[in-house]
Design a protein around this ligand. Structure first.
Ligand SMILES: Cc1cc2nc3c(=O)[nH]c(=O)nc-3n(C[C@H](O)[C@H](O)[C@H](O)COP(=O)(O)OP(=O)(O)OC[C@H]3O[C@@H](n4cnc5c(N)ncnc54)[C@H](O)[C@@H]3O)c2cc1C
Length: 300
């Protein structure tokens, strides 16, 4: 551990942890410790990046950890969580501005309370606005690309920059954010006036559909694989005879084959081995190589 770096970090923010187990910060409930872990306020982020640069400490950003598999050997360097400390929301006309750490469910409820429609599709996705922009999260025919107006990012040099929808290059579970090392600070969403009762009804309908179809009673990171063009990942996995297939406590969900679940005490090694075996067996059966939607972080 670098004591001088840690002291510098503690001067910037009190929300600073060491050897913090990432299983506490990922919906997969697996993964080893991050060397350093902070939950900064927006105004502290640039200073933290400058400190990392000064000491040569690698850093990465997470939101709610709902699309991540962190290795059992943990993460070298600093994890910056943008969550509750950066979750303010404002509305101006039909534009909602939300800080990166605001949960999609909270933003959708906020929009609904202001009679704004367009966010219903995302109300059940258990991630932050920042994570959703990075992933261009989508569900039930909607995706972030349809509602994002602009995004303010922090560049690697610690400069704030506003990106338009075009500049974000949003595609299927893709944006230009990771390749540029940007940190999402806030997002403007262009919504439309709507009937609050109808908006609530639609969110409730989608919530019930999720409950019925997805194994929400288990830890997971949602759909493990991207949808291959012309196929459904879950169907390919089922056709390869893998419903319920297990490696240790990691399992292909019996309820929805597109989900790899942690039955309780799965390690990241078991989860990643299961994912690899699914890819191999599906390819052998159908000729299609599944690509992961889940992002792998840290040391395996
Ligand atoms: C039960 C369940 C259901 C799900 N259903 C869906 C669904 O219907 N549709 C869907 O698209 N996804 C779904 N997901 C996956 C996941 O919720 C989404 O991808 C979500 O957008 C990730 O947000 P997050 O805040 O958890 O991001 P994280 O998982 O914390 O991070 C995801 C990526 O974004 C980066 N990142 C996060 N925040 C920032 C930031 N502020 N600045 C820069 N980079 C950042 C991280 O480095 C990482 O690369 C589901 C997951 C679960 C567990």
């Amino acid at each position: 551990m670098n004591e001088s770096f840690l002291k510098g970090l503690q001067k910037i923010t009190e929300q600073c942890l060491i050897q913090e187990n990432m299983s506490r910060h990922t919906t997969f409930r697996a993964g080893g410790p991050a060397e350093y872990y902070v939950r900064p306020k927006r105004t502290q982020i640039a200073e933290i990046l400058a400190l990392c640069k000064m000491y040569g400490i690698p850093w990465l950003v997470i939101g709610n950890g709902s699309n991540l598999l962190v290795g059992d050997k943990g993460i070298t360097g600093l994890v910056i969580e943008l969550g509750r400390e950066t979750s303010q929301m404002q509305v101006k006309g039909s534009v909602v501005k939300a800080e990166a750490g605001a949960m999609l469910s909270a933003v959708a409820r906020f929009a609904a309370a202001h009679g704004l429609t367009g966010m219903e599709f995302a109300s059940g996705i258990p991630g932050t606005i920042g994570g959703a922009v990075v992933m261009n999260a989508g569900a039930y025919g909607g995706e972030m690309k349809q509602i994002v107006k602009s995004v303010t990012v922090l560049t690697m040099e610690g400069r704030e920059q506003k990106l338009s929808l075009e500049e974000l290059q949003l595609g299927y579970r893709h944006s230009c954010i990771p390749e540029n090392g940007y940190i999402v600070l806030d997002t403007e969403l262009a919504l439309n006036p709507g009937d609050p009762v109808k908006i609530q009804e639609q969110m409730e309908k989608l919530r019930c559909q999720r409950l019925k179809k997805q194994p929400l009673e288990y830890a997971s990171a949602g759909s493990t694989f991207k949808r291959p063009e012309g196929y459904f990942a879950g169907k390919l996995i089922e056709d390869a005879g893998l419903r319920g297939f297990q490696v240790g406590d990691a399992q292909v969900s019996e309820k929805h084959c597109g989900f790899v679940i942690n039955r309780g005490s799965a390690t990241a090694a078991e989860l990643s081995e299961l994912i690899r075996q699914i890819q191999d067996k599906v390819e052998a059966n159908s000729g299609v190589r599944l690509e992961t939607e889940v992002r792998f972080l840290g040391n395996f």
